[in-house]
Design a protein. Structure first.
Length: 169
């Protein structure tokens, strides 16, 4: 069965409180990663209608800090599915609700595996991208997956033709 990428969209909103911040009054990275993991898991569960576990987290670069008292918006959406795994792309925005402006904090990709009732990996629905951005993310997901598998020692570089094609003509 195929499901639209947009059907897995989850938008999570949090308020940055004092216990979420470091000594500089900025949201702690670990707290943000925790919220991102929840949003991404909800998106993956929405796509596959099954329990999921986090398999990997890609590089998270923090572009702009989110200050105490600001709002955090996390947009999570499944970009592509494989056999039992799904890649979830997230965009994180900070918002100063008083000054009325939003700013990008970061982006990341998380990978989740769907589980059957016995806790074993199970098949997931295919993803049907619709918008131009969804198609671009879908197309790049295979190369990102191959890179993750190579870095994790589960795939040899010679076994990743799509990734190899980026470097060799």
């Amino acid at each position: 069965m195929e499901k639209k990428s947009s059907d897995s969209l989850v938008v999570m909103t949090e308020l940055v409180l004092p216990n979420d911040t470091n000594n500089f009054g900025n949201l702690m990275g670990g707290r943000l990663m925790y919220w991102m993991d929840i949003a991404a898991a909800l998106s993956a569960m929405k796509h596959c209608a099954a329990p999921v576990v986090t398999a990997s987290v890609d590089n998270i670069s923090f572009e702009n800090p989110i200050k105490i008292g600001n709002v955090v918006h996390i947009e999570a959406k499944v970009t592509r599915s494989f056999n039992s795994s799904m890649e979830v792309h997230m965009k994180v925005w900070g918002e100063d609700a008083i000054q009325q402006y939003k700013y990008k904090s970061n982006e990341a990709y998380y990978t989740f595996v769907a589980l059957d009732p016995n806790g074993k990996p199970r098949q997931v629905n295919k993803v049907m991208p619709e918008s131009e951005e969804e198609k671009k993310l879908f197309d790049g997901a295979l190369r990102r997956r191959q890179l993750r598998l190579i870095l994790g020692g589960k795939l040899k570089p010679d076994e990743a033709p799509e990734l190899k094609a980026l470097f060799i003509n």
